[in-house]
Write a protein that binds this ligand. Structure first.
Ligand code: 6PG
Length: 238
């Protein structure tokens, strides 16, 4: 597998980080729509991405050429507030002007295998994503790819897989694989808070974490605040 190339962007605070992320997304959308007529973005769950969605809503981002996909979904009843789709709809999508048939939710319900199969089938019609947004967890997970679980980073891996026994609730989820998340023009990982500093230290030290398996040809842009980039322990030396 190709090496992961990473650009680290450290911001003084979450506000600056979100504001730069918002302008980058708007730029990527404008470019994609001008050159290819549509913009395919993959959304992440989590608290940092949620602040970004609120910011995108305030900026009036979205429109008829946007297509929204999800990096993962939690197997919970439709409309449950813990579902990533519900969170993103409430924070942004419902008012974004993106046609609802272009908001491609993962139908993660009682049968995660079937939900993964049908999302993978839907994704067959889609080429490279324009932009993938990801978060990371304290343990280095990204989307719903957890340590010691399959990440599907190998060439030929399915686009979406069912996840069982996730260490973060709920235990059943559906996730895009590292291989499919890597098939993107741009990948942005948003990381804030001191709780993530250890995961960042391990990632920079070259450990094989789920997030390390995402390897787009153009590299990964990591947007961090200073707390997440806490240099105690000499990151990069491990
Ligand atoms: C999920 C997310 C997950 C998330 C990270 C970061 O559904 O759990 O997709 O991968 O992005 O756990 O979440 P926080 O920003 O809340 O720490």
């Amino acid at each position: 597998m190709a090496e992961q190339s990473i650009r680290w962007h450290v911001f003084a605070d979450v506000y600056e980080l979100i504001s730069e992320a918002e302008s980058r997304i708007s730029r990527a959308a404008a470019e994609a729509i001008e050159n290819r007529g549509s913009f395919h973005i993959v959304l992440a769950g989590g608290t940092t991405p949620k602040s970004l969605y609120q910011r995108l809503a305030a900026a009036g981002a979205g429109g008829p050429a946007w297509h929204v996909w999800f990096g993962d979904e939690r197997c919970l009843p439709a409309g449950d507030s813990e579902r990533n789709e519900t969170m993103t709809r409430t924070a942004w999508l419902d008012e974004s002007g993106i046609p609802s048939e272009q908001i491609h939710g993962i139908l993660a319900g009682p049968d995660p295998r079937e939900a993964a199969r049908s999302y993978a089938a839907e994704l067959r019609e889609v080429g490279q994503f324009d932009l993938v947004l990801l978060g990371i967890g304290e343990d280095g997970h990204t989307a719903s790819l957890f340590p010691d679980h399959p990440a599907g980073g190998e060439p030929g891996s399915e686009s979406a897989i069912p996840v069982f026994d996730a260490p973060k609730p709920p235990p059943e989820r559906v996730s895009l694989t590292a291989r499919r998340l890597s098939d993107a023009r741009e990948v942005m990982v948003l990381v804030t808070g001191g709780g993530k500093a250890e995961a960042i230290r391990r990632w920079r030290g070259g450990e094989d974490l789920p997030v390390s398996r995402v390897r787009p040809a153009g590299g990964v842009d990591v947007f961090l605040d200073e707390e997440a980039m806490d240099s105690v322990g000499e990151p990069g030396q491990g």
